[in-house]
Write a protein that binds this ligand. Sequence first.
Ligand code: ZN
Length: 282
Amino acid sequence: MKTLREYLAWAKEKQVAIGHFNISDSEGFKAVVETAKELGVPVIIGVSEGERDFIGLEEVISLVKTARANGLPVFINADHTYSVEKAKLAIDAGVDSVIIDAADKTLEENVKMTREVVEYARSKNTEIIVEGELGFIGKSSKLLDALPEGVSLETQTKPEEALEFVRATGVAMLAPSVGNVHGIVKTGEPKLNIERIQAIAETVGIPLVLHGGSGNQEEEFREAIKAGIRIIHINTELRVAYKEGIEEGLKSGEIAPYKFLAEGVEEMKKVVLGRLKIFNML
Ligand SMILES: [Zn+2]
């Protein structure tokens, strides 16, 4: 089976993006993997620090390895990791990729931390992909009333800064700030800066990752993919779907978890299906 690195090259060739969905339990995993299987596309399971504490990092890696042993191209990413120490733990545990997120630190500190994780990953297994973040995009996967403080056009990532960052750190993927924001802003803001995505992609020459995909429109996604986005993160939309599905499932007074949770899985699957079709141009 292709590695994640090989799938990224495949995605570039096909001009598509690989879907990255955050989960915190086996139901989320099931919803994502079953849907990707139905469509026959690769998919990435994302676990943030909080999510991996809940499901267990080794446990979720086992789920991913089982899926792969069954022939499904499923990969696991240690999403937003805020310390070098936790990034190293994730690498040791066997993730396919890890994001060291020091975007809210000074550039110097961000470069230093990211570089350390890249060197550690290389010393362990050259297939492990390290993603760096440059430019602040907020931290919360929630429904927001307004844009988070510190996110604006001025704070968007600049192509020449991105190139300097990639050269100084050796990252294989970059998450820029390009009008994207974590969570769903109720006002529908912001819009993706497609020209900026294209300029960064052409300058750095490595795959770009779009975080905070929840709430963006289909056409924006298609343009962003054409401009060089190769992975798109969806989290908040799945959380909302899961909660609403479980609420429906509980209405009947059902007490069997596999029955009331099943409605949550169904709702998540609808979200995953819609997003994967767009990302894979299906
Ligand atoms: Zn993110």
